[in-house]
Write a protein of this length. Structure first.
Length: 206
């Protein structure tokens, strides 16, 4: 939901840096690869080690700038099917690194407790369900259907997860993170269901 409304703002913010990159001869695919590497390094190095104040801030900037490759492709008229494929594929690595690092940090940084177990399980489900959301869309398109949208697109999931980590990093109790990951897990699974039914409805109509 948030992802759809934020694209226009992203284009406005990144038009200037995208034009600068275009003048330097940087390609959209290069931006995609570098952004993915930076997001993975930041997720593992900051979120994975419990740095939940600076980590979400750094990642928010990197992940928000993820749309720079799309803006660059539009400005240079270099959009391609492979570019879209590469961007979508590498996004899954970034997402896995974020939620995997959060889940690891929960297990490594906190003493055993009911809340830690809750947060850890929610983190695992979030990681798997978030990947399934994207797979559902890709598989639907492969069989000739559209399965977009849902209550928890990529931007929504990342914002909730990073905000939860940031609040806990500021000193709030771990159950705040547990609630955030529970929402991500539930909303992701619900979105998978939405996309399955959307694909079924369209394929049944055909």
């Amino acid at each position: 939901m948030l992802g759809n409304h934020g694209r226009g703002l992203e284009e406005q913010v990144f038009n200037a840096p995208a034009k600068a990159l275009a003048r330097l001869g940087v390609t959209p695919n290069q931006v995609t690869v570098v952004g993915t590497v930076l997001s993975i390094v930041a997720a593992v190095g900051l979120l994975g080690t419990g740095k939940w104040v600076i980590g979400p801030i750094v990642l928010a900037f990197i992940l928000f700038a993820d749309s720079l490759d799309g803006t660059l492709a539009r400005l240079t008229d270099s959009s391609s099917t492979f570019g879209a494929f590469l961007d979508s594929t590498l996004d899954r690595l970034s997402d896995g690194a974020v939620f995997g690092s959060l889940t690891f940090a929960i297990a490594a940084q906190y003493a055993p407790s009911a809340v830690r177990t809750w947060a850890f399980i929610a983190g695992l489900i979030s990681m798997i369900a978030a990947l399934t959301v994207s797979y559902a869309r890709a598989r639907a398109e492969a069989v000739g259907a559209q399965a977009k949208g849902g209550i928890a697109e990529r931007t929504d999931r990342l914002i909730i997860g990073l905000v939860g980590a940031f609040l806990v990093g500021l000193g709030l109790p771990l159950w705040v993170m547990a609630l955030a990951l529970t929402w991500v897990a539930f909303a992701s699974l619900f979105t998978v269901g939405q996309r399955i039914f959307a694909a079924k409805r369209e394929l049944s109509g055909k």
